[in-house]
Design a protein around this ligand. Structure first.
Ligand code: PRX
Length: 645
């Protein structure tokens, strides 16, 4: 491995930081030695409780069980809004930057309160009660956040579905969590193009007879079909509601939201997060990882349809009383300078994005960055996939002018908040390493037998104990949660990632070790894509693997076997791609399809994905043992016709 270029925490930054090196060591030790005392204190400091908790933590990882602060009660919207009103009613909560650079506005905490109350009342008027699920399928507009918080206010459980998912995916998610109400917009706007959200909802709801209400925000004013019994306009309907809405106090362990994510098998799972533990860690990591200070402008470029948007556009920032920037567009529209123009326009202090965006902007050339000022920036962050040191250095030198520490935050939909990340005033940076565990987090590396590796080494990344924002269930299928996360290595939470630990105790995430792809920071199950491809009547079988891709991190490589009597063609290739888009969404488009007369299988019929991954990655030296294959000659055929050279 090449030499690591350690970047020390800039002294000026460290001097002002919330957590300095010595604080990190002390607090981390306390959090591990006496977790109950540590977390009890944090939960009192960071959250407002209606009824205080008396029990801190129950945990039994053998059963996948954890409960935090279980007898306390609180309300998330009160924590995110009402508690700030005495001091900061007129402070900006959200800065909204539209897709069109001429479009922006601000929303104060007082305005946010009013909007959330009105919508909470509307939901109640439409029969939504505590515990009911509400689907949110929205563009990046403030109403998306109002919808999440309005659910939290009345104790309903939201399920946000990313606006890039297809009607079929939306339908599956609505049915799986039995949502009866959908909140959407006529259209979304991204990169100068419109997205037909309402039409997608109409298509999905044709198969969801229990949905009785869809609340539609008018974003573009496009003509949309209207079903008078079901559809209501957002603006007119909330205007009729009171601007005061009594919050529903819920238990710490009542569900807050469901968010679907892909796994290695089957359909996406509805990851369930509960109330207090989730909010505590979102708030605390927001403050410490980003070293957020009063008045800072924080911009996370994720979509609210992903966990990053949940925790670091909405819940973490608002609970901390911060100013959160929400961006409707894409980093390359109108051109690759957009992010830095927005930074200058709104004087952004903290900027948080994905390595895929950094690589794309790096590819566009420095001039798009250097023509902007960026002097407001204090800190940069990344999330979603490993960042290659070259992209890290570019981000550090060109974007941050060596002034801004970078926090490479490792976490997952299931973890709710950062688990491994540098704290910027405390931990020196090693480009490409997510560095050290957050307070209370106990990572370990296991070998193939499930034994813990001590000191330096590489293995499966697991957690030895629960943390407050840990997944609590898979909605409707608790056993699936146990099977997925708590059975591979009994007594541990299994992340699905591999990692290496160096001599300084830094973690280097090497990527997924299960059949999950990470394409531009988006998680996709190979099984989902394979199922879409084999829906085509000409296909017999498909095997999907990832391969290294310069911009996306991983690209999608599909090997497809046709039924006897069918011939490959360009038209068929396009039909298969279209099918993936229809079934899942544009993010699931295969980059490469290779026609495979046969797939390498063991004698028991199991596809040897290891070999397929190597061929897709054009790594032919080390194919490993092929002698156990039922028909080793298929490998030569696949190599000869490989499509990524
Ligand atoms: O493989 C890891 C990768 O993203 C996965 C989680 O994906 P998702 O649930 O969609 O959440 C993404 C945003 C939190 C992880 O299992 N991942 C996430 N952050 C990093 C990362 N890989 C390396 N470095 C990171 N900082």
């Amino acid at each position: 491995m090449s030499e690591v270029h350690v970047r020390r925490v800039p002294a000026a930054f460290a001097a002002e930081a919330h957590i300095r090196a010595e604080d990190y060591e002390t607090l981390y030790r306390q959090s591990i030695e006496d977790p109950d005392a540590f977390w009890a204190q944090q939960a009192k400091d960071f959250l407002q409780w209606q009824q205080p908790f008396s029990r801190v933590r129950e945990e039994d990882l053998q059963r996948g069980h954890a409960a935090w602060f279980a007898d306390g009660t609180l309300n998330v919207s009160v924590n995110c809004i009402d508690r700030h009103l005495p001091a900061r009613a007129e402070q900006t909560a959200f800065i909204w930057e539209g897709d069109d650079p001429a479009d922006s506005k601000t929303v104060t905490y007082a305005e946010l309160h009013e909007q959330v109350c009105r919508l909470g009342n509307l939901l109640r008027a439409r029969g939504v009660n505590k515990g009911d699920r509400v689907c949110i399928y929205m563009p990046m507009i403030p109403e998306a956040a109002y919808a999440m918080l309005a659910c939290a206010r009345i104790g309903a459980v939201h399920s946000v579905v990313f606006g890039g998912f297809s009607p079929d995916s939306l339908k599956d998610r609505i049915l799986d969590s039995d949502c009866r109400v959908v909140i959407t917009a006529d259209e979304g706007v991204r990169g100068g193009k419109t997205v037909p959200l309402k039409a997608n909802v109409d298509q999905a709801l044709a198969s969801c007879p229990d949905v009785h209400t869809s609340i539609v925000v008018k974003r573009t004013g496009a003509n949309v079909d209207w079903f008078a019994k079901r559809d209501i306009w957002y603006r007119e309907s909330v205007a009729e509601q009171s601007a005061q809405c009594e919050p529903e106090m819920v238990s710490a362990e009542d569900p807050l939201f469901i968010l679907y994510t892909s796994g290695s098998t089957g359909k996406p799972k509805g990851v369930l997060h509960t109330t207090a533990g989730y909010l505590l860690m979102a708030t605390m990591t927001f403050k410490y990882t980003f070293d957020y200070k009063e008045g800072d402008v924080f911009w996370c470029t994720a979509d609210v349809g992903w966990i990053t948007g949940h925790s670091y556009i909405v819940y973490g920032p608002l609970s901390a009383g911060a100013i959160s920037l929400m961006f409707e567009g894409v980093p390359t529209y109108p051109d690759a300078s957009r992010c830095w123009q927005v930074v200058d326009k709104h004087q952004v202090n903290i900027f948080y994005t994905a390595p895929t965006a950094i690589r794309a902007l790096m590819g566009a050339g420095d001039e798009f960055v250097t023509r902007t000022n960026r002097s407001s920036l204090k800190l940069l962050g990344t999330v979603g996939e490993p960042i290659n040191p070259e992209a890290w250095e570019w981000y550090y030198e060109v974007v941050g002018e060596e002034r801004c520490p970078i926090v490479d935050t490792w976490w997952q939909t299931e973890t709710g908040a950062h688990l491994i990340t540098p704290l910027p005033g405390a931990v020196d940076m090693k480009p490409g390493s997510a560095s050290k565990p957050f307070f209370g987090v106990q990572p370990a590396l296991l070998d193939e037998e499930g034994c813990e590796i001590t000191g330096e080494g590489a293995g499966a990344l697991v957690m030895k104990s629960s943390w407050p924002s840990m997944i609590r269930s898979v909605f409707g299928d608790h056993q699936r949660m146990i099977d997925t996360y708590f059975s591979t290595f009994p007594g541990y939470y299994f992340t699905g990632d591999g990692a290496r630990r160096d001599g300084d105790g830094y973690y280097w995430i090497t990527g997924r070790i299960d059949d999950v792809l990470n394409v531009s920071g988006h998680r996709l199950g190979t099984a989902e894509i394979e199922s879409a491809i084999v829906l085509h009547e000409d296909t017999a079988e498909a095997a999907v693997v990832g391969y290294p891709h310069d911009i996306k991190g991983q690209g999608i490589y599909a090997y497809v076997t046709l039924k006897a009597g069918h011939e490959p063609s360009e038209a068929l290739r396009q039909e298969l791609i279209d099918l993936c888009v229809k079934e899942i969404g544009p993010i699931a488009k295969p980059d490469i399809i290779q026609w495979a007369p046969g797939l390498p299988k063991t004698r028991s019929g199991k596809i040897m994905r290891r070999i397929l991954r190597k061929i897709a990655g054009n790594e032919l030296e080390n194919l490993g043992d092929t002698s156990t294959l039922a028909d080793p000659s298929v490998v030569d055929e696949l190599i000869e016709h490989r499509a990524n050279r």
